[in-house]
Ligand binder design. Structure first.
Ligand code: IMP
Length: 201
């Protein structure tokens, strides 16, 4: 069985979550020493995840795990989608200024576009890819929920304060890291990868 995987990201929020998901797996997660510039200009999460995995694999020549995630809002026709990390900068009735952080600017844009909209259905989605060079594997995970009317909670990252998972009365940012990983898009996709790597699929 594979013993080590390089993680193709320098995003601290993701690293924290992914390391915890792998904790009991017997697979060691290595962080890259430097960020590799990857243009995330693919038309799908899977394409972007593959591009990241491939780029880090080429630089480090070791099995590499990458993931691409985002928020899909039904009433916004699927936006932010693949634009989740830079949604604030899209020209959709105006560009949101980054004052404190990109996450806050993104949240501001979602809340503005969702003003007066009753259909709040949304889901987070992750595509995770492991690149071994000439071959690879991928898995998908989703977490269904609704968009809140205002931010709640300080945990997690990204859109967590305005996302309430189905069956919960709290935002994703009000869950403990363990609770989030149990139900999150990322948790589901990565546990599928772990099952596969351990020969359970
Ligand atoms: P990427 O996968 O690095 O392209 O980032 C996608 C963007 O989606 C992030 O910058 C966040 O804004 C958002 N996102 C991805 N996963 C999560 C999550 O678990 N919670 C909240 N926001 C997320």
């Amino acid at each position: 069985m594979i013993k080590r995987l390089l993680l193709a990201t320098t995003n601290k929020g993701k690293i924290r979550e992914i390391k915890e998901i792998f904790e009991a797996s017997g697979i060691e997660i290595l962080e890259p020493q430097r960020e590799i510039e990857v243009k995330e200009d693919g038309n799908s999460f899977l394409e972007n995840a593959y591009k990241k995995a491939r780029a880090y694999y080429e630089a480090y020549k070791m099995p590499t795990l990458a993931e691409d995630s985002g928020l899909v809002i039904e009433a916004l026709g699927g936006y932010p989608g693949v634009f989740s990390s830079r949604f604030y900068s899209l020209e959709m009735g105006g560009v949101e200024k980054v004052e404190n952080s990109k996450d806050q600017a993104n949240i501001k844009k979602v809340l503005r576009l969702m003003e007066g909209i009753e259909d709040r259905r949304a889901y987070f989605i992750t595509f995770a890819v492991v690149c071994f060079g000439e071959y690879g594997i991928w898995a998908e995970g989703r977490c269904e929920g609704i968009i809140l009317y205002e931010p709640m909670g300080k945990g997690g990252f990204g859109y967590d304060p305005i996302f309430q998972p189905l069956g919960y009365e709290k935002s994703m940012a009000q869950l403990t890291p363990q609770e989030k990983n149990l139900i999150s898009h990322r948790g589901k996709a990565i546990r599928r990868i772990i099952d596969f790597l351990k020969g359970g699929v």
